[in-house]
Design a protein around this ligand. Structure first.
Ligand code: ATP
Ligand code: MG
Length: 279
């Protein structure tokens, strides 16, 4: 029975992306352990420096940005129109989504002042834009946005305060096609992201009532879909049928890269494309 890494050593090795087997190493005593730590830390730092060099000489972009570009190209190619709405959202538009006091999500909103917040979701702005496009364009019509969203979620391994959402939706399709179309949309996004295995689960949502969740084989929620007509549509004077689905890009990246912690996948000061800079 030996000793294992100290907590500080383990944290450092984890940040340097040591594999699980090495993290479980045990040693006869402290001197052996500390020597092994020095050797392993040096080897891992060297490997990560090589990855940074390769990034610079190669694609030169973090996975988050590459995934965003891929998804944007795929969706425009599939006939969706991209929109770019403000990151700052008004209290009134959020309220139209039913997110007011007593709503679970309300407590998670970062308020800038009395009437404005950092958007916790993209849907209110998509509703806003689509109500005009429905007047101007032939149906069915699909739009999407990709951008940062902000929530005071507990900072666990699966949640960040700032994350990147993709929300795509299609309005004015035949009612009987909605279920199939939602599944197609889930397939288009996951395939483009490189997630080849996932499950679809019905679940309850505090905003939409029933939702269809896209879940990874590790049980990580990748996206949530919903369909309408829906009671929330009334506030926007929308009567058309619709389907919509929102994905977290960092969650898609975690799944593709078999990464258990979201911190390396998102916007970061400490990592570039998942590679630690403290090396
Ligand atoms: P969860 O139950 O995992 O907290 P949610 O159901 O509250 O997620 P949704 O409102 O359905 O999240 O948002 C759509 C997608 O955005 C989620 O499926 C997830 O991929 C991503 N997402 C939501 N909150 C976060 C967060 N704090 N950090 C990273 N990704 C998130
Ligand atoms: Mg959800």
């Amino acid at each position: 029975m030996g000793i294992t890494w100290s907590k500080t050593q383990k944290d450092r090795l984890r940040a340097l992306r040591a594999d699980g087997a090495r993290l479980a190493d045990s040693f006869e005593g402290r001197p052996q352990r500390d020597q092994a730590f020095q050797d392993l830390e040096g080897a891992l730092a060297k490997a990560r420096r090589k990855e940074l060099e390769d990034l610079r000489a190669g694609h030169g972009r973090p996975g988050l940005c590459r995934l965003q570009t891929t998804l944007e190209g795929t969706l425009v190619g599939a006939g969706f129109v991209q929109v770019a709405t403000p990151t700052i959202m008004s209290r009134g538009l959020l309220a139209k989504m039913g997110v007011t006091k007593n709503h679970d999500l309300f407590e998670q909103v970062f308020w800038l002042d009395r009437d404005r917040c950092l958007r916790p979701m993209l849907a209110p702005h998509l509703y806003y834009v689509i109500k005009d496009l429905l007047r101007l364009w032939e149906k069915p019509l699909g739009i999407f946005e990709v951008g940062s969203c902000f929530r005071k979620d507990s900072q666990g391994a699966r949640h960040s305060n700032e994350f990147t959402m993709l929300n795509l939706c299609e309005f004015g399709l035949p009612e009987e096609d909605r279920g199939g179309r939602l599944r197609e949309m889930a397939e288009v996004v996951t395939r483009a992201a490189g997630v080849h295995e996932y499950e679809l689960e019905e679940s309850a949502s505090t905003v939409y009532g029933g939702t269809l969740d896209v879940v990874s084989v590790d049980g990580l929620e990748l996206g949530s879909g919903a369909m309408g007509p829906h009671p929330l549509d009334h506030a926007w004077r929308i009567t058309d049928t619709w389907v919509g689905i929102g994905f977290g890009l960092e969650r898609l990246l975690m799944t593709v890269n078999r990464e258990t912690s979201i911190g390396k996948m998102g916007r970061s000061l400490a990592y570039l494309d998942g590679i630690p800079l403290s090396i």
